[in-house]
Design a binder for this molecule. Sequence first.
Ligand code: ZN
Length: 222
Amino acid sequence: MNTTMIKKILNLFLKSNCPLCENPSDEYICSSCQRKLEDYRFNNCFRFWQGDLPVFIWGSYDGFLKLALARMKYDNYPQIGEEMGYFLAQSWLAQSFTSKIKNLVVVPIPLHPKKLQSRGFNQAEIIARGFCQLTGYSLELKGLLRVRETSPMFGLSREERSQNVLEAFTIGKSFLKRRPRDPILLIDDIYTTGTTVKEAAKILRFEGIEVLGVGAMATSKK
Ligand SMILES: [Zn+2]
């Protein structure tokens, strides 16, 4: 075997495999899968940035993006979430009015401790981490606390959804000690009807904390 061949083989081992297609890749998510994800990105991630609780959403909860989110959550690939946080941050920074916002406190929607234990990680927290790494905003993991276990939202009517998250959150330890001086950006992985984030924002605002809006990776909203 010549050295070029040895190098080639070594390189194959040194490269990690893309978690989405399992091909060897230099980047965590390979460039071909990144392009496939891009197909689901909204042309305007700020299309829902309006009203009482503006929402910034990266893409459509469909196809390859839906698959990637499921792979992260159910096949235990938390690092996919970090990459998604970078995507979210890139779109945030690409918009002139949001790129000018210098100070924000990013708060991921918490999981109930029981669910956190069974999954091992909170996907919203990992997305928020990636988002903050690129934007430089401060990350506050203990801004909110999930106090009540809720049933999965799928298949529930709008009214049942509201009942389901009613008093699901309370203000977390960090904010109890010291109210944040900067406005909050809530982060979640999937935005469905917004019932969960609205409830979270309500609790924070009730405590006199300013909430700017919500950032999410995907929505089925058209
Ligand atoms: Zn790939």
